[in-house]
Design a protein around this ligand. Structure first.
Ligand code: ADP
Ligand code: MG
Length: 487
């Protein structure tokens, strides 16, 4: 664990430590639901993806979808966790209009995946390790819709029965930043594996955030659980608000009620949803419709052999093979597209320069256009060619930025753009000398000054650049200036 001393909350009566544990619900990427053949696609018209099983018609029997099991095993392996060859499905009973069965099929005491760990990348370049308690498979519920009719509520069962993985962490996080970094990393791992698309806006990933506070070194305090947080930013805000609320109560001599709360993004506050006492009695019991889930180690080994390179390994390789620092390597490894893009640009070129262009100008441009790397108008090959034009002296780094702007607008080959727009660098000393002579003649006072302060040469370089539209070769300009000014 990283040093936690700077993460403490300062209260009126001393310091407090925040303790966070997360339950991440991740929708499994699969064509069909966990126990039925209906499709899982997002955005279908209401109740168009509902089989008799999903609607809980009497006499229907659930049949496990092997692909969902494979995805859970894959995810468990990605989380460096123990895969249980024997696990059990239970019924978690509760009454809610969007749950026609009256229970959710889940796993309780014997989940498919046991303890694991995730290495989290923190903003200062250090890492921290967060323990995984378990991962289990469960069904999603439907959705109640309250804003379609003045007096009635509607139910959409399209999501009913979709496979979810619930990934439960140990209470190992000590700040909002660590929790945010953890969810970011889990999402990255799931996306690499292709087991969850990680799309929080569409609800394919959401988290229940457990927060407690304590005096450093003391036992765990009573926690509150903030339900269904669906953005990483909101999670940070919710943790900050909730930990402060708990500190204030404790400092006034009060006690924390263990309860479920909701975060309201409008007010930035959490408010009670239900107290744990009334909600906790789910009366779990083994689902009599389903046999225990059993498979061979050989199948697990086969899945393990098919895993892609995972983000931590990629990051380590980027440091070792390309000489990148840990931070840059981590940023590039966050998503597979960005990592592949970088490797194409770096192929046969200076890796540090490639990383700077990808993470700097390219990412900034894509951000502005609200585009993902995968849909970048600038291909990795063309960004590579642009860098080559700088290395061979055809254009300056300054002009290259303008060329990239044009490429971001309409793609295209950088050499052709440079040619068509006449952006080639002027390295011809004669042409530069003419401009320099002109500037020296017009500014005798500056020439005077530079004799005392040779560093002021920057002003002259700037002038030459302005007059040449940024096209003069900076080295050539410097050489000519030094000669003419007799520096
Ligand atoms: P429940 O179903 O009651 O929410 P789980 O065991 O599924 O219980 O999840 C508990 C979650 O709460 C875990 O992520 C765990 O790390 C976290 N947690 C447990 N105790 C604390 C605590 N004192 N403070 C913060 N988080 C906690
Ligand atoms: Mg919980």
């Amino acid at each position: 664990m990283a040093d936690t001393s700077n993460k403490l909350i300062q209260g009126a009566t001393g310091d407090w430590e925040v303790v966070i544990g997360l339950e991440v619900h991740a929708q499994v990427v699969s064509e069909a639901k966990l126990f039925s053949g209906s499709p899982t696609a997002f955005g279908g018209s209401p109740n168009s993806h509902v089989s008799l099983v999903d609607a809980a018609m009497p006499g229907m029997l659930p049949v496990i979808n092997k692909e969902c099991v494979r995805q859970a095993i894959k995810t468990g392996l990605g989380l460096k966790a123990k895969i249980n060859l024997h696990s059990v499905f239970d019924r978690k009973n509760y009454f809610y209009p969007d749950l026609p069965q009256g229970y959710q099929i889940s796993q309780f005491q014997q989940p498919i995946v046991g303890e694991g760990r995730v290495v989290v990348d923190l903003e200062d370049g250090t890492t921290a390790e967060v323990g995984i308690e378990r991962l289990h498979l469960e069904q999603d519920a439907g959705k109640s819709i309250h804003d379609q009719h003045p007096t009635m509520s509607m139910v959409d069962l399209n999501r009913s029965g979709v496979a979810l993985m619930e990934i439960v962490s140990k209470p190992d996080m000590r700040s909002a930043d660590e929790a945010k970094a953890y969810v970011t990393k889990v999402r990255t791992i799931l996306r690499y594996l292709g087991t969850c698309d990680g799309n929080m806006e569409q609800g394919s990933m959401r988290a229940d955030v457990n927060v407690s506070v304590r005096r450093p070194g003391e036992d765990l305090g009573t926690r509150c659980e903030i339900k269904n947080v669906n953005s990483i930013r909101f999670m940070g805000l919710a943790i900050d608000y909730e930990s402060r609320r708990q500190v204030d109560i404790l400092e006034e001599g009060g006690a924390i009620d263990q309860e479920t709360r909701l975060f309201d993004p409008k007010s930035g506050q959490t408010r009670p949803m239900r107290s744990k006492e009334e909600a906790h009695d789910y009366r779990y019991f083994p689902d009599p419709d389903l046999l225990p889930l059993e498979f061979e180690q050989a199948w697990v080994d086969e899945i393990a052999a098919s895993l892609p390179e995972l983000p931590d390994d990629k990051k380590a390789r980027f440091v070792a093979d390309y000489g990148l620092n840990a931070y840059d390597a981590g940023v590039l490894a966050v998503d597979r597209e960005a990592a592949d893009y970088f490797e194409t640009v770096a192929n046969g070129r200076d890796a540090k320069t490639a990383a700077n262009w990808v993470m700097g100008e390219l990412f900034a441009g894509l951000n502005r256009l609200e585009l993902e790397v995968a849909s970048s108008p600038v291909t990795a090959e063309n960004l590579g060619r642009l860098i080559d034009l700088i290395s061979d002296g055809t254009i300056s780094g300054r002009i290259a930025k303008d060329v990239l702007e044009i490429m971001l607008e309409d793609g295209g080959d950088p050499a052709r753009i440079v040619e068509e727009k006449g952006m080639k660098q002027v390295s011809d000393t004669g042409a530069i000398e003419a401009v320099v002579d002109e500037i020296i003649a017009a500014n005798p006072d500056k020439v005077e000054q530079i004799r005392e302060k040779p560093k002021a040469i920057g002003w002259f370089v700037g002038q030459v650049m302005q007059k040449t539209g940024g096209k003069a070769n900076p080295q050539a300009v410097n050489a000519v200036l030094k000669k003419k000014l007799e520096l």
